[in-house]
Design a protein around this ligand. Structure first.
Ligand SMILES: *Cc1c(COP(=O)(O)O)cnc(C)c1O
Length: 360
């Protein structure tokens, strides 16, 4: 078995235990004589899989009863449209632009109403989170939208914005289940699972029940209405069945690891190994304002593009893969999601130290 240390931003590393279990169950899931991939989503065996996945997620995140959990498709990007189509009752929403994903959501929302950019960190290549203590929140805004962890730039909101009483909607794709969350602070939380939870093809939406209604943007397709999915237990049509099954296994793995508080502690410890090195290195440096650093995505540069490319190549050859930064930013980025073991980061830092010694 030749596993690498995979620092991909997404689809990304999954817990080996989960992959092994899935492999063991590939031909015969729980005595059914078939793989979960081959199973009717209306079967008893599958109903149990999705019910347990939801129950375990509710447990992990402490999701109150007045929130629905939906397992949908279309990726996080489909939510850029679904959110305004379903939630813009007044036709107004405020967006905080902290990177490319927030910007795309903002641009999509403009198709369905008046979307206002009320803050942005574009002036410094999205290397920080703007001050959100006293924003010009629109009086008639249906919600304030944030991208909580900026996968490409490596920033994270460590305090939520003051929305002045307006509903908060958050894209948590790249920090999903990385730390405890107070769900009651949000109207809607969503994320594509391929960053920190499971295989691409599933997006999880956690939405407060009173926000789900038939009153949607005119012409909204049936498949893009939260109410349809909520009323049908995420099975209005065939759900991304195998993906949900893997997510369910990851939820159980997280519970076994001690839940989200334990994960947060582990993630802080793990990220510190890399950040401490970056702060002391003569060659590499982090690109994000310290107080806004993400625990999940760590971008860094040498300051020399050729040297960056040489580093990425050497790292790949040594078994540290997918370290190239996003094409819009350059440099390097190590995504160190829940399933990245701390040894992976320690070994990466050893490798970086050796590279630094031979290049300074
Ligand atoms: C990856 C990502 C997206 C886009 O996800 P898709 O599932 O590819 O649509 C959106 N938001 C964030 C924060 C992401 O990291």
């Amino acid at each position: 078995m030749a596993r690498v240390y995979n620092f991909s931003a997404g689809p990304a590393v999954l817990p080996e235990e989960v992959l092994q279990e899935a492999a063991a169950e590939m031909f015969d899931y729980n005595g059914t004589g078939m793989s979960v991939m081959e199973m009717s989503h209306r079967s008893k065996a599958y109903q149990q899989i999705i019910d347990e996945a939801e129950a375990d997620l509710r447990d992990l995140m402490n999701i109150p009863d007045n929130y629905k959990v939906l397992f949908l498709q279309g990726g996080a990007s489909q939510q850029f449209a679904m959110i305004p189509m379903n939630l813009m009752k007044n036709g107004v929403a405020d967006y905080i632009i902290t990177g490319q994903w927030a910007k795309k959501a903002y641009q999509e929302a403009q198709k369905y109403g008046k979307a206002n950019a009320i803050a942005s960190s574009a002036d410094k290549t999205f290397s920080y989170i703007p001050d959100c203590t006293d924003l010009p929140v629109s009086e008639d805004a249906d919600y304030v939208y944030i991208c909580e962890n900026n996968t490409i730039y490596g920033t994270k909101y460590h305090t939520l914005p003051n929305t002045k009483g307006k509903l908060l909607v958050s894209d948590v794709s790249s920090c999903f289940l990385s730390e405890p969350v107070d769900v009651t602070k949000y109207g809607l939380i969503y994320g594509g699972v391929q960053k920190n939870i499971g295989p691409a093809g599933v997006v999880i939406v956690i939405i407060r029940e009173d926000l789900i209604s038939e009153e949607v943007y005119p012409g909204t397709p049936t498949m893009l209405q939260y109410k349809i999915h909520a009323d049908n237990g995420s099975m209005y049509n065939t759900p991304p069945a195998y993906g949900i099954y893997i997510c369910g296994k990851v939820f159980k793995w997280l519970k076994k690891m001690g839940g989200l508080e334990a994960m947060q502690e582990r993630n802080i410890r793990k990220a510190k190994v890399l950040y401490d090195f970056l702060d002391s290195s003569k060659l590499f440096k982090g690109t994000v304002r310290k107080e806004d650093r993400s625990l999940m995505n760590v971008p860094f540069v040498t300051g020399n593009e050729e040297l960056d490319a040489e580093f990425v190549k050497a790292a790949t050859a040594a078994g540290f893969v997918n370290l190239k930064g996003h094409r819009t930013v350059g440099g390097m980025r190590a995504s160190i999601y829940n399933a990245m073991p701390i040894e992976g980061v320690e070994k990466l830092v050893e490798f970086m130290k050796a590279f630094e010694e031979s290049h300074t």
